[in-house]
Design a protein around this ligand. Structure first.
Ligand code: DGL
Length: 267
């Protein structure tokens, strides 16, 4: 059990921004990652569709013998984390947009949240605002189109910059000094986001916090690997495997890697 891998999934390649932190904090663990790129973006999909996809991906990973699951997608967390916890007995760590740390960071009480429409409409987001939002002003905006840009490997084109300007300028005009990156694809856009906000907002995401929660679950459950040496990372996609190999190699770093087609995938 202790040497079994950890399974991580996302609607696409965004969860690699979380996987990086998992690799940093749990370097000896073997990691299995599934990118559901054939079905990205999840944002505009119904909760029922997102639940069905999340169940299918979790079942695949459980079938591979994982000892824990990371839902590296805010949108899947909002629609499906509770269902996955009902269905599977293993530890499940999921995302939460960084509203709480943003409230602790803001100097002037004005916070921008950039997330998918699915996340912003969810009961999870409403509950976060209810719990932490008293006394601060939250300006939330759906980052429509940004997930698609990252999925095609476009991290810095004029189109990405124009979308970010459209979404972030109103937040800047209203004085937001802190920005929550509420989708795991967005950390890959950090350099352009930083350019657009020009140091006027602190950028916050929860990848490191999620990896740290996973590490605690491994330790408290006594299921951390005792193996030494760097663990292996394996990748699957429901999308085009050749294209995914190029993109995932670039985002993950460390040279060309193989991405396997997800069995039963429609693409
Ligand atoms: N990475 C996913 C998230 O964190 C993107 C959702 C989507 O595919 O729209 O929400």
């Amino acid at each position: 059990m202790n040497d079994s891998p950890i399974g991580v999934f996302d609607s696409g390649v965004g969860g690699l921004s979380v996987l990086r932190h998992v690799r940093d904090q749990l370097p000896h663990e073997n990691l299995l990652y599934v990118a559901d790129s054939a079905h990205a973006p999840y944002g505009p999909r119904s909760p029922a569709e997102i639940q069905a996809r999340s169940l299918a991906l979790a079942e695949f990973l459980v079938g591979q013998g994982v000892k824990a699951l990371v839902v590296a997608c805010n949108t899947a967390t909002a629609s499906a984390a509770a269902l996955l916890r009902e269905r599977f007995a293993l530890p499940i760590v999921a995302m939460e947009p960084a509203v709480k740390p943003a409230v602790a960071t803001t100097q002037n009480g004005v916070i921008g949240v950039l997330a998918t429409s699915g996340m912003l409409k969810s009961a999870q987001f409403a509950a976060l605002l209810e719990k932490y939002g008293a006394g601060v002003r939250i300006i939330a905006r759906a980052g429509v189109g940004l997930v698609e840009c990252v999925e095609r490997g476009d991290l810095d084109s004029g189109e990405v910059k124009a979308l970010l300007q459209e979404y972030l300028t109103p937040m800047l005009e209203q004085g937001a000094d802190t920005l929550v990156l509420g989708c795991t694809h967005y950390p890959f856009l950090r350099p352009v986001i930083a350019q657009v906000v020009g140091g006027r907002m602190a950028l916050i995401d929860t990848g490191a916090a999620v990896a740290s929660r996973l590490r605690q679950r491994m330790e408290s459950g006594g299921i951390a690997t005792t193996r030494q040496g760097l663990g292996e990372a394996s990748f699957w996609t429901s999308g085009n495997a050749a294209q995914a190999s190029v993109l995932i190699s670039r985002l993950w770093g460390g040279g060309p890697l193989q991405v396997t087609p997800l069995p039963g995938s429609s693409v």
